[in-house]
Design a protein around this ligand. Structure first.
Ligand code: ACO
Length: 335
């Protein structure tokens, strides 16, 4: 069993999936009505046409709750049977408590532990790795990983270089034991020397909230896009090669490559360098933008709904984001 090479005691698999995106669609043309930008600029530089925007009264836990409920319904699991709820997000409801505590309460996961994972947009892959470790080590049977984001509240809507990129949404997966060891290999990475390239400067202990931080829009995401772009293409390629090598597989063995949906140019560059054909690569950021920790599960749902991802397929997922972090996961799709 390939998974045993990585020290897994027993196999783990993704056994259910649920997603939720807000109804409200915000198009590039609408943004260009209040910002000096255009559909043409956004589309050619990023591949994004539109994104979903949460209601004013909606926070990450609200979207995460619906995705989590849908996931448990499809997995036929009662929420009280959950052992652990992990929420991955860069737009938590609060600095404290963890959004996972709120989601667990909302769905009735009364017997589960709960905590958040903050690893930028790589959070979903990190969360999946943690869930796999708990299940594989025989500590837990039922672990829910929820990627939930309301990034529309984390961007500066006067900063055209960031606000056009992001969208809101949530996705959840259930990780359970299997005899087949269907999650084969992970690679998690970090280079904190790039922390300043993508951050929310204020609101933490380094720079607590003040009138000045609010005036300077320092509670919104700041990004040096060109540096993140270079970092992303480099690390995604290296990370994917590593997980494939660990499993003694090559790109030809992969049925579907689902990268984090940040920019179509990053996806195309990484896919080309890795040697994937167009048919092997999944992208839907034209309709959702960058939903950070929710982007991969939103892709998985769409791909499985429209037949691009079928039971038994070899699936490669790759994330990258603030930290700067990156991570990849190779698994057999069993839904
Ligand atoms: N509309 C029109 N013009 C714009 C816009 C806009 N929305 N945004 C920037 N511009 C302008 C800039 O002001 C600049 O003008 P100038 O030449 O007069 O100074 C020009 O366009 C070029 O700007 P660049 O930043 O060089 O544009 P670039 O081609 O690098 O694209 C982008 C910018 C899309 C942000 C790109 O760098 C990128 O996608 N980077 C990666 C971002 C990313 O992946 N982020 C998510 C990481 S995941 C996470 O953890 C959140």
């Amino acid at each position: 069993m390939i998974g045993l090479r990585r020290g897994l005691v027993r196999g783990a698999r993704i056994s259910a999936l649920g997603v939720h995106v807000p109804e409200r669609v915000l198009t590039n043309d609408e943004i260009s009505q209040f910002l000096d930008t255009s559909d043409e600029w956004i589309l050619t530089r990023t591949g994004i046409r539109e994104r979903r925007i949460a209601r004013v009264d909606e926070a990450a836990s609200d979207l995460g709750e619906i995705a989590a409920r849908r996931c448990l319904e499809s997995g036929l699991l009662d929420p009280t049977e959950l052992d652990l709820v992990i929420v991955t997000t860069i737009s938590p409801d609060h600095m404290m408590p963890a959004t996972a505590s709120i989601v667990a309460d909302k769905i009735g996961a009364t017997k589960a532990g709960a905590f958040d994972v903050q690893a930028g947009c790589t959070g979903f892959v990190y969360g999946l790795a943690i869930a796999t470790a708990f299940v594989s080590a025989n500590i837990y049977q039922n672990v829910l990983v929820v990627g939930a984001e309301v990034l529309s509240k984390m961007v500066d809507w006067e900063d055209r270089s960031t606000c056009v990129l992001f969208g809101d949404g949530a996705g959840a997966v259930l990780v359970q034991p299997t005899d087949n060891g269907s999650i084969f290999s992970f690679d998690l990475g970090n280079d904190g020397s790039g922390a300043a390239y993508l951050n929310v400067p204020a609101g933490g202990s380094r720079r607590p909230a003040s009138f000045e931080t609010v005036r300077k829009h320092e509670h919104a995401m700041h990004m040096t896009g060109s540096e993140v772009f270079k970092f992303a293409t480099r690390t995604v390629v290296g990370s994917c090669e590593k997980v494939l090598g660990d499993a003694d597989l090559t790109v030809e063995d992969v049925d579907l490559f689902v990268p984090h949906q940040a920019n179509i140019r990053i996806i195309e560059t990484a896919a080309r360098r890795l040697g994937f054909t167009e048919a092997q690569v999944f992208a839907n950021l034209d309709r959702y933008g960058n939903t950070s920790c929710a982007s991969i599960p939103i892709c998985l749902h769409e791909a499985s709904q429209n037949g691009r991802l079928k039971k038994g397929d070899m699936l490669l997922m790759a994330g990258f984001g603030a930290g700067l972090t990156w991570g990849s996961c190779l698994t057999k799709w069993e839904l």
